[in-house]
Design a binder for this molecule. Structure first.
Ligand code: WQD
Length: 332
């Protein structure tokens, strides 16, 4: 298949492009490079032995996006493109709503114009919000969030649900990610955000690399076994493979369907720090700081639906996640 990958030079997008091309598909990357680097495209070529097509486009630009469909016979789309920093979304909500919603509406309009009926959407566990008990299941209400970033995911899931109702032969697969970490075994791809990382693992990696002085653990007084927050960390390569399974599902289904992509296990911040130290024989300096606004104490996935319907489950270990994260950070 010819698969358009919006945000395809980003962290999860680039890993997914590698899995797509390794599986024999053609990948066409559309990315505005607002939170990624064009050199990633060459690194993908080094891994796969051939270069994916690349267009430097923001998906809100209908004319340029249409040109991609004119120049490529697109069979399906994986839609990653969007701003994704929870804290930043609180301070710049209009940019988040404009970019994330507008790019999705534009993409759907262009897909309709060119008869493309298969979409895999990069959603997030954040749509379950603070009210649902964990482990989260897809039949729980996914209608709230603690940040404008999360609300854009809730709203886009709604848009896709309503669009599928209006277009019975369209298929939208909503992939609700938990916490992807780690890197491709080559050490060429990884979580490399611009500026100071918001997320835990890229911050840990930069401390280990000596680029940041120490990790601050945001609170150790939560009602969890060791007082630090628990999350469902999964290897980004497992997550990428999940997108191929979702594409296969979309080929012979219509309508909208949500799947959790997680391991089904919770790991605390302290446990992840210790796993990183052990896997890499590194001592990581950290201090305990105040809680971060918006953090939930603990959540992880019920991952059974993806296993039963997509035939997907996370296979790589926490040690693999920590080793590969360090391999990327230490070679960057
Ligand atoms: C994990 C834990 C922090 C940094 C968010 C989004 C989610 C997805 C992943 C985009 C928390 C603690 C972190 C640090 C710390 N984003 N932490 N010190 O918040 O679970 O999820 O990122 O798709 O949608 O909600 O991930 O990595 O930011 O935090 O103690 O310097 O690590 O408090 O408990 P989170 P995270």
């Amino acid at each position: 298949m010819n698969v358009l990958v919006t945000g395809g030079s980003g962290y999860i997008g680039s890993h997914t492009v590698v899995e797509l091309m390794t599986a024999g598909h053609e990948a066409i990357i559309v990315d505005d490079l607002s939170n990624s680097k064009e050199c990633v495209v060459s690194r993908i070529a080094s891994i796969c032995g051939r270069k994916p097509s690349f267009y430097r486009i923001n998906c809100t630009d209908a004319g340029k996006l249409a040109r991609v469909f004119v120049e490529n016979d697109i069979d399906a789309v994986i839609h990653f493109a969007g701003y994704k920093a929870v804290g930043e979304s609180v301070t710049t909500p209009l940019a988040y709503y404009r970019n994330n919603i507008d790019s999705t509406l534009t993409l759907l309009e262009v897909m309709e114009a060119y008869g493309c009926k298969k979409l895999v959407f990069s959603s997030s566990a954040t749509v379950y919000g603070p009210e649902n008990p964990h482990p989260y299941r897809e039949d729980m209400p996914a209608i709230q969030s603690a940040s404008p970033y999360g609300w854009t995911k809730v709203m886009i899931e709604r848009i896709l649900t309503d669009y599928c109702t209006s277009k019975p032969d369209f298929c939208a697969v909503l992939l609700r990610y938990f916490n992807p970490i780690g890197s491709h075994t080559s050490g060429l791809l990884g979580d490399d955000p611009n500026g100071i990382p918001n997320n835990l693992m890229p911050y840990i990696a930069r401390v280990a690399a000596g680029q940041l002085e120490k990790l601050t653990i945001f609170g150790n007084d939560y009602r969890t076994p060791d007082g630090t927050c628990q999350r469902d960390y999964l290897h980004v390569v497992d997550l990428a493979v999940g997108h191929l399974k979702a594409l296969e599902y979309a080929q012979d289904h219509e309508g909208v369907e949500a799947f959790n992509l997680g391991t089904g296990k919770g790991i605390s911040v302290l446990e992840l720090v210790k796993a990183f130290e052990t896997a890499n024989s590194i001592s990581l300096p950290y201090v305990i700081g105040p809680r971060r606004a918006g953090d939930l104490p603990a959540f992880w996935a019920d991952a059974s639906k993806a296993k039963n319907i997509l035939g997907w489950e996370a296979k790589l270990s926490v040690e693999d996640m920590c080793r590969s994260a360090w391999s990327f950070a230490s070679s960057s």
